[in-house]
Design a protein around this ligand. Sequence first.
Ligand code: SF4
Ligand code: SF4
Length: 84
Amino acid sequence: MGEKKKTRFKEIKTHPEKCSACISCQLACSFAYAKSFNPIKSRIILNYIGDIEREISFSDDCIKCGICADHCNYGAIEAVAWSD
Ligand code: SF4
Ligand code: SF4
């Protein structure tokens, strides 16, 4: 009920300390929205700081669909549902 939800999930949280840099999230997103397995075309952005530390962010055209979270087997992306 209430206002119409514009996105499937309320929020996409990240836990970069769990990221293994497997890029499954980027491949899934780019295939879904750019029809190619190309991390550069993904709406999820991985930055590598040295060999271990990661930063995970999203481009402005991310629609919070949760596909990237569905494809992360390491718990580094969490799709948070609307509560109502
Ligand atoms: S939530 Fe959807 S649009 Fe946003 S980065 Fe993940 S797969 Fe891409
Ligand atoms: S799918 Fe998960 S573990 Fe793999 S690169 Fe993306 S955030 Fe990191």
